[in-house]
Design a protein around this ligand. Structure first.
Ligand SMILES: Cc1cc2nc3c(=O)[nH]c(=O)nc-3n(C[C@H](O)[C@H](O)[C@H](O)COP(=O)(O)O)c2cc1C
Length: 175
């Protein structure tokens, strides 16, 4: 994960375009439309064949994805708010509807259709998910300033140990 200015830049999701992706049964992307690629900051080609967690944002609670896969396993549609990570470290929020694609009654793929969220909904879900992270994963959301110098130390540490910046910060604090 990239910490820095880019991480806090929100990309607005277009109102009148369909945002679509499909995956195989293990969650690898088999189709992505231009709009989905655009808001994620990728080319369509870069997304094809990749696991859908390529756009997973670190602020998303694990239980949401568990819930998605549980619903799909029970042949049910899932819908809810998702904050996604862009290639440049920025983010965007969507309302996602994830469901099975069937052929002759058999599930062959999964598909997701997304639409924009209102600003009030984004604030609501940001808070709800922060609460979930705390109660379910014992992880606290902090937002603060550190010196450039400290950030460089953090970056070097994360590179050396192949850790995200978040995990490096935690490792250094607990040292
Ligand atoms: C059709 C479909 C669409 C999905 N869309 C997203 C998405 O937009 N963002 C996301 O983080 N995960 C999405 N997922 C869930 C991912 O497959 C994955 O479970 C999630 O990113 C968490 O990663 P992990 O399972 O490796 O922990 C989608 C799954 C399916 C089947």
């Amino acid at each position: 994960m990239n910490i820095g200015f880019d991480s806090f830049v929100e990309t607005k999701v277009p109102e009148n375009e369909l945002i679509i992706s499909r995956t195989d049964l293990r969650g690898n992307i088999t189709y992505a439309n231009e709009t989905f690629a655009n808001i994620s900051g990728y080319e369509v080609n870069e997304l094809l064949g990749k696991p859908h967690n390529i756009v997973r944002h670190p602020n998303m609670p694990k239980s949401i994805f568990k819930d998605i896969w549980k619903s799909l396993g029970m042949d049910k549609k899932w819908e809810g708010a998702i904050k996604n990570l862009r290639k440049d470290g920025g983010y965007y929020w969507v309302w996602a509807e994830i469901s099975a694609v069937k052929k002759d009654g058999k599930v062959v793929e999964y598909k997701s259709m997304r639409s924009p969220l209102k600003d009030e909904q984004k604030i609501f879900y940001e808070r709800l998910y922060a609460k979930k992270m705390l109660t379910e994963e014992n992880r606290v959301f902090i937002s603060s300033y550190i010196s450039q110098e400290a950030l460089e130390v953090l970056k070097r540490y994360s590179k050396k140990h192949n850790l995200s910046l978040q995990d490096s910060l935690e490792a250094l604090l607990l040292k």
